[in-house]
Write a protein that binds this ligand. Structure first.
Ligand code: G6P
Length: 595
């Protein structure tokens, strides 16, 4: 993971600009941060453990500098401390790195044999020393030495590089990790993503794996095999919301509250043109969906919608497994990739693997212009706007919304439904419904009664099980409470032994076809003293719950969008009572660009 930024320009504002852009990338990791900048013809380095604000406190932001590289870290090799923080400097070379160098131990031994000494535990310091080694070996020919480096290094990387001997140039390379070049007036940037630069520019170039960028304040050159190549300058014209919490205490709460509008806009826009922009799946005999984390959970929700409502089979896979599994395809297969960031390393690797087999691919992505969006045959943007809280909420519901529209279209094409009249009525009410579920339920009281527990269980059947998985993940991510999720009938096959007096069990019941079965399971856990909390759109007898969260019943294609909201707000309120850092939970990062 990690976020990297670099800047070179004539205005001497390198520190101010890199730090400001770096703050936009903090979602990629916040274990430590650092900057290297040119000052009085020398490269100065400043690093700090923890958040970027700690680094800022150590810097004189208005110090004049025309070139800087900066980094926010999510630790892979070596603890989150100042020594392991980037930038790293070895000999003539200073770098910031995003990715993992897989052969770093082998290289480290070779470099030690050649007299290099190491002070950190990182693979990045080894990459830095390797660059320095080739720089000396190639008689200080930088482009040639970087080409040699690229030949020997294994793994993924995006690197910003500056040289003591060449402080008027900033270099950048990448392999399998994203890196773009931002183009502004008399200045250039490198960045892990385009939105980080939007304060200064929306013009950018996508750097490819085999290329080397050389940036000076008045020109840029992109090399491929030591030859300069022409690159297309792209414009990012997608509107990103400001990184501002508004009246909300946390981004997560703000993003939960954005859901009524995001969901309505997506549904309305597509239903008004009779789902013409939604791809048809009718000709596929096999549909697989791939994702990680919450994106994988949305695929499970889709599985139940497609299978229960459209009688169409869906196979769901976790990307980190699928990329190494023996994959099976039909005669006409489609593989759908779901990713908020569009940069998740495992999902991207699966996309590339599937494409190599000539299989059709469709991406459902939030971040415009991201790698997954660019590389899939077709892309549907979920239009959720930038999501800042690490725990996803609005991107998750927007992904489900798009998947539901795909299912709805297939249902129409299969003549299971003849028109969209019924669902249109629910779409017209959906803003009000979600808004009501956000505002009219007393989540705080329930949270107050369970926030001190060490374990919370979630159960549900069919689509409610898929939603329970996400509710439990939200809780674990932000409150650090251990939580297990079971298909309701499965709990008794083992971990019901963990349920003791007052263990909270959150049950989700929206599917009437299995309601009675789930109620029996709830009775089993109540008999063992559990505290029962139920999220349901059905009127239930009050002897099966301590707390009930009643949500409106709506068309089954849309019901999951409503059902997930209380689970998000329960997690939020519980984490709040525990005093957790809700927007930036420990050890997590929003964009996972390493495998
Ligand atoms: C990380 C995030 C999760 C997210 C997952 C997949 O683990 O913390 O919230 O669901 O990555 O990310 P993607 O960007 O591919 O949706």
């Amino acid at each position: 993971m990690c976020g990297i930024i670099g800047y070179i320009g004539k205005d001497n504002k390198a520190i101010e600009k890199t730090i400001s852009c770096l703050e936009k990338l903090e979602y990629r990791g916040y274990d430590s941060a650092g900057i290297a900048y040119v000052f009085n013809n020398e490269i100065k380095i400043q690093k700090s453990k923890g958040r970027i604000k700690n680094l800022k406190d150590k810097l004189q932001i208005d110090t004049k500098s025309n070139c800087a590289i900066a980094h926010t870290r999510w630790a892979t090799h070596g603890q989150a401390n100042e020594i392991n923080a980037h930038p790293h400097k070895v000999g003539n070379v200073t770098i910031v790195h995003n990715g993992i160098i897989e052969n770093y131990l082998e290289l480290k031994n070779m470099l030690i044999d050649n007299g290099y000494k190491f002070i950190s535990d990182t693979d990045t310091e080894v990459a830095c020393a390797t660059l320095d080694f080739f720089y000396n070996k190639c008689n200080k020919n930088i482009i040639k030495s970087i080409d040699e480096f690229k030949k020997i290094i294994k793994g993924s990387y995006a690197l910003g590089i500056i040289y003591d001997d060449d402080i008027n140039n900033l270099y950048a390379i990448k392999k399998d990790s994203p890196l773009i070049i931002g183009i502004s007036d008399e200045s250039y940037f490198i960045a892990s993503d385009v939105p980080a630069l939007l304060e200064y520019t929306n013009k950018y170039i996508i750097l490819e794996d085999n290329e080397i960028a050389k940036l000076t304040s008045d020109k840029y050159e992109i090399y491929n095999m030591e030859k300069i190549v022409d690159k297309e300058i792209k414009t990012f014209d997608f509107k990103y919301s400001t990184q501002d919490k508004g009246n909300f205490e946390h981004f997560m709460l703000k993003e939960i509250n954005e859901q009524p509008k995001i969901v309505y806009d997506l549904l309305k826009e597509n239903i008004d043109n009779n789902l013409e922009d939604i791809p048809s799946l009718i000709n596929y005999d096999r549909i697989d969906i791939i994702g990680c984390g919450s994106a994988y959970h949305t695929s499970l929700v889709a599985k139940y919608i497609f299978e229960q409502q459209v009688n169409a089979e869906i196979n769901c896979y976790v990307a980190s497994e699928y990329r190494y599994e023996n994959n099976f395809f039909g005669k006409n297969s489609l593989v759908i990739f779901i990713s908020q960031s569009g940069e998740t390393a495992d999902t991207l690797a699966c996309l590339r693997k599937v494409k190599k087999q000539g299989i059709d691919t469709l991406a459902i992505v939030n971040a415009q212009g991201s790698s997954i969006a660019r590389e899939a045959d077709k892309v549907i943007y979920i239009k959720a706007g930038q999501e800042i809280a690490v725990a996803t909420t609005k991107a998750y519901t927007a992904q489900i919304t798009i998947l539901s529209l795909l299912a709805l279209k297939l249902s129409y094409e299969k003549n299971i439904i003849n028109n969209f009249d019924e669902i249109k009525k629910d779409i017209d009410k959906i803003t009000e419904i979600i808004d009501g579920v956000i505002k009219n339920i007393d989540y705080e009281t329930i949270a107050l009664n369970i926030y001190e527990r060490n374990d919370i269980f979630f159960i549900g059947r069919l689509v409610d099980y898929a939603l329970a998985l996400e509710g439990s993940l939200k809780l674990k991510e932000i409150s650090y409470i251990n939580s297990c999720t079971y298909p309701a009938g499965e709990l008794k096959h083992g971990t019901i032994s963990l349920i003791d007096d007052k263990t909270p069990v959150i049950s989700i019941i929206t599917d009437e076809s299995v309601m009675d079965k789930t109620i029996s399971n709830i009775k089993e856990i109540i008999a063992r003293g559990a505290k029962s909390i139920i999220v349901s759109c059905i009127d239930l007898d009050d002897d099966i719950y301590d707390y009930s969260i009643k949500i409106p019943k709506i068309n089954p294609f849309l019901q999951p969008i409503i059902t997930i909201i209380p689970l998000q707000l329960l997690a939020y309120n519980i984490a709040y009572k525990r005093g957790c850092d809700i927007d930036k939970p420990r050890n997590l990062a929003k964009s996972v660009t390493v495998e």
